[in-house]
Write a protein that binds this ligand. Sequence first.
Ligand SMILES: [Zn+2]
Length: 190
Amino acid sequence: MTQPASYQHLIATLDQLPGIGPQAAQRLTDWLLATPAVRQSLQQALAGAKTIIRCPTCRRYQLESDACGHCANLDRSDLVALAVDERSAQQIKDRGFPGVCWVSHGVLSPVNQQGPRELGLNALSDSLATWQCQQLWLFLPDSVEGRTTEMFINQLLSEAEVEVHSVFYSGNDVAIAMESMSAEEASWGD
Ligand SMILES: [Zn+2]
């Protein structure tokens, strides 16, 4: 007897998640089928996620129905941080960054089909102009892709009147990189 199609479908769907292979996908499927409470909670969470979109200006997550809370009521929109993911953006804000965070959702990586378009870099200048940004701080992973992304952005903004600073961090942890910034750097040009 063959396995139910819905069982195979669940395995195939989980197999598409990054970092999960077919074996782990099957283990997760078996575990979910044995754990109804988590299955139900996952269903609810996924249904709720349908209303989450990326803000067209800052690319952070927001509810489709609301104005973006990250872009509203900015004290200092002249100061912008570029973060590669939502987690880093939150860490940057939690560490007292007074400006606004713009999220690229990745770094340039031809192997992973991540070009300037996928990162929204074609719209970065528009957002910076909207905010009348004077200073852009790039928080990027210290990798070939991170360095390439920095070069690309510097080139992209070479004509713009924006001061660009770069902070590279290793180990995927932007918070540690911020702690090791000098007091002068961390005053954000005040
Ligand atoms: Zn926004």
